[in-house]
Design a binder for this molecule. Sequence first.
Ligand code: SF4
Length: 157
Amino acid sequence: MTLHSLPSLESRYRVTGHPQLRVTILDVGLACCALEVGAAITAGLLVPQESIDTESDGFVVSVLLISGTVTDALAPGIIRAWATLEEPRLAVSFGACANTGGPYWDAPTVTKGIDQLIPISVYIPGCPPRPEALVAGLVRLSQPSVVTHSDPSGESR
Ligand code: SF4
């Protein structure tokens, strides 16, 4: 895998059971956790949409979803993906590897937490987390208590 071939896919979704929440997800799937994101879709927890109506009421957000093991070699690609994401945008770290390096925390080339690269608003624990945990994490994004950050350019989310 190279910096220019991050396995990312941007799609729009309705979140089952949460009609007010509409998300565009740029999914950077790097390892086994990415399968759980796919499971959330095949199980109908996330329903792909042709488009998102940004005019109607509700919470609309672009999400950079990091699922899997991040290596230092991939860092520039992830930072670039975050920079190109449409506002309003938030980032979600899905699984132990993205959160902290997980089982590979002591490998010299593994990034010890994606929050060293980009501001993370929700951390989802697990190795791997269940698909339902992804939905719970996305719902948390719309809550006032969600952690907010300033990005390296000094702008708040
Ligand atoms: S947290 Fe566990 S399941 Fe997820 S990518 Fe790492 S090793 Fe795989």
